[in-house]
Design a protein around this ligand. Sequence first.
Ligand code: NFE
Length: 470
Amino acid sequence: MANRKVVVGPMTRVNGMWEIHVTLDGQNRVVEARSASPFWRGMELILQSRDPRDAPYLTERICGICSSAHGYAASLALEEAAGVEPPPNGILVRNVLLGADFLQNHIRHFYFLHMPAFVAGPEQPPFAPRFTTDLRIPRRVSETIYQGYFRAIDESRRAHELAALFSGKVPHGHGVVAGGATVHPDSEKILRALGMVSKLRSFIDEHYLPDVERIAEYYPDYFSIGGGTEGFFSFGAFPQAPHKKKTAIPGGVMLEGRREELDLSAIEEHVRFSYYDQESRQHPAKGTTEVALEKPGAYTFVKAPRYKGRALETGPIARMWFAGRYREEPSTLSRTVARALEARLIVDLIEEWLLAMDPSSPVFEPFEVPEEGRGVGILGAMRGALGHWVEISSRRIARYQIITPSAWNCSPSDDTGRPSPVEAALLGVQVQNPEEPVELGRIVRSFDPCLSCATHVIKGGRRLTSFQII
Ligand code: NFE
């Protein structure tokens, strides 16, 4: 039988606009995969010539589900450029609000975006109609998991309320600024937050972790489907006081089975298959953003970040590997397990940070915007390694570049043709029923992709693909 092309687009139940183009051979095995986003935001250009203190607020608007991470990374970049250190209390407040946003994200990803591809919900919209291929979980067990689903609505809101206690509102809060935080941790807030943490911990122990186990029990083969990535990449997560050099969850690089120290100079962005007409393999500190809508061969607005030329996977699975808490090969379900374990670790960390807060100490260190300067803010965001690079001239932003976790994971192939982690994860996968390619959605959603973040104006005028929604 001849090869057959399947386009899944827009890929639903992910954040942002995304399409997966795969070619199936005569046996319905994936022989070619492309991760494509027909969506461009232009944030790097929007930031040019602005006051660097605006970057946290503007970059938070890149995304509604990881906004605190962008605000935090932008603040770190300006802190380095200005040579300012936030007070320890400010770092604690920032970590609590980022940690709470992680919990919101991980709970929502599992229950609302990922789990429904494995478990049939109630026989009514929005759960039906649905694909019926390869649904293995008996009705009684599915009903238990959907009890978790409905509780997750309240508990993910609780995590958001916890973040809002220290940032005024969510998403796009006002809690993280260069120099520290804006909200003082008084004892009433700390006590309220501790109560929320305890409820979130119970939810994770009583529902989230057991529900992940239930899916693992019925789909053990998904621990060997959807791997294929070359190694792990992580900036760690949650910078610690006093100098932010260490992170509560350690970072690193794992290449060819060996752990390496992270070298920021080894990062480059390839653009052979991206809609950019510019020099390829730029380091983000010298990066540019020159859009070319009609570039031949291009298929996405995401650039291809590579580390020493390698396409490395980032995310909770990489962080849990470096933390020594979960060391399994990348796969659809090992990513899902790692994310749940990370959520459990983060509730404990949030409690520690809350108990370490000092209501009588400052949260902010005043500073002057430098006349000239450069800074980088690297951070563990919900989906993995997030970097903001800023260059300041005449007290204004002269250059700004962002590499998001979803750019690492969901980029296109690079200049050498090396596929991205998500493309590699799809290659070789056997599709049972090409009319309902459930395997593709399960695999790609395990990365918790966010293309709103990765593409940073919709490519108008021309429809890029035929659409098939799963
Ligand atoms: Ni829009 Fe984001 C996270 C960032 S992208 S979600 O996490 O940065 O991967």
